[in-house]
Design a protein around this ligand. Structure first.
Ligand code: KIV
Length: 263
């Protein structure tokens, strides 16, 4: 089976079947997820999830390239989208093209994701015109958390709702193939999904979005504390802890390695 393209994602808008998207940062995870999702997102959330930063802001283009390459290598069916880190695309369309083209060339990914709406529409347009597909990201934009004063839900006030609406129109008009809609009120998510022609990929938005994305590690229960919008579909942390306890006990009791593990 050949790898999905942005057209496969766009066409889901009218089929009524939501796009399944998960973040993915590594080769082994890509191998596991590839059969089950439409899109793998190499999110800059890897800065927090894998490297323990307090936010996504310290992530570099080099780091995204390293992880993007591993995810492309481990997958063959899902569309791979790489997040562009803070500061790597906002300066000018030229700066954005320089960094995004590096990401596409050096990872083999099919598209990039940029956070922002009206203020970066000219950048999205430039990239798309020059051959780089863009996934937008509006609503709560984690790279803007210092401006919000936290990771706050967006769309509660009329001003905020209007801003998100303007951002969605701007991203669509600029040529993005879809957009992530993060941490907004359900009313906002439903309204946008009905009005905007490109697919909405919700996270903390609504089941009526055209697709859903979650951070893989959140979804499998790696962390104790997660936002309300995360559903834990497994308790992987407990499973790993159980395995480590059994391993330690077996090593200390000289039960491991057993006969079947030695030459
Ligand atoms: O960085 C990321 O993982 C993301 C998703 C949570 C949408 O932007």
């Amino acid at each position: 089976m050949k790898r999905k393209t942005i057209n496969d994602i766009i066409s889901l808008k009218n089929t009524g079947t939501p796009a399944v998207v998960l973040t993915c940062y590594t080769f082994p995870h890509a191998k596991m997820l590839d059969d089950h999702v439409d899109m793998l997102l190499v999110g800059d959330s890897l800065g927090m999830v894998l490297y323990g930063y307090d936010s996504t802001l310290p992530v570099s283009v080099e780091l995204m390239i390293q992880h993007g390459r591993a995810v492309v290598k481990g997958s063959g069916k899902a569309l791979v989208v790489v997040d562009m880190p803070f500061g790597s695309y906002q300066v000018s369309p030229e700066q954005a093209f320089e960094n995004c083209s590096r990401v596409i060339k050096e990872t083999g990914a099919q598209a990039v994701k940029l956070e922002g709406g009206v203020e970066i529409a000219h950048i999205i347009k430039h990239l798309v015109e020059l051959g780089i597909p863009v996934l937008g990201h509006i609503g709560m934009k984690p790279q803007h958390h210092n401006v919000y004063g936290g990771f706050a839900i967006q769309g509660r006030s009329e001003t905020s709702k209007t801003k998100i609406m303007d951002d969605a129109y701007a991203v669509e008009k600029a040529g993005a193939f879809a957009y992530v809609l993060e941490a907004v009120t359900e009313e906002t998510a439903i309204g946008l999904t009905q009005l905007i022609k490109i697919p909405s990929i919700g996270i903390g938005a609504s089941a009526r979005c055209d697709g859903q994305v979650l951070v893989f590690e959140d979804m499998v229960g790696m962390f104790e504390k997660t936002p309300k919008f995360v559903k834990k579909f497994a308790d992987i942390r407990q499973n790993i802890e159980n395995a480590i306890e059994t391993y330690s006990a077996d090593v200390r009791a000289r039960k491991f390695p057993g006969k079947e593990n030695i030459y």
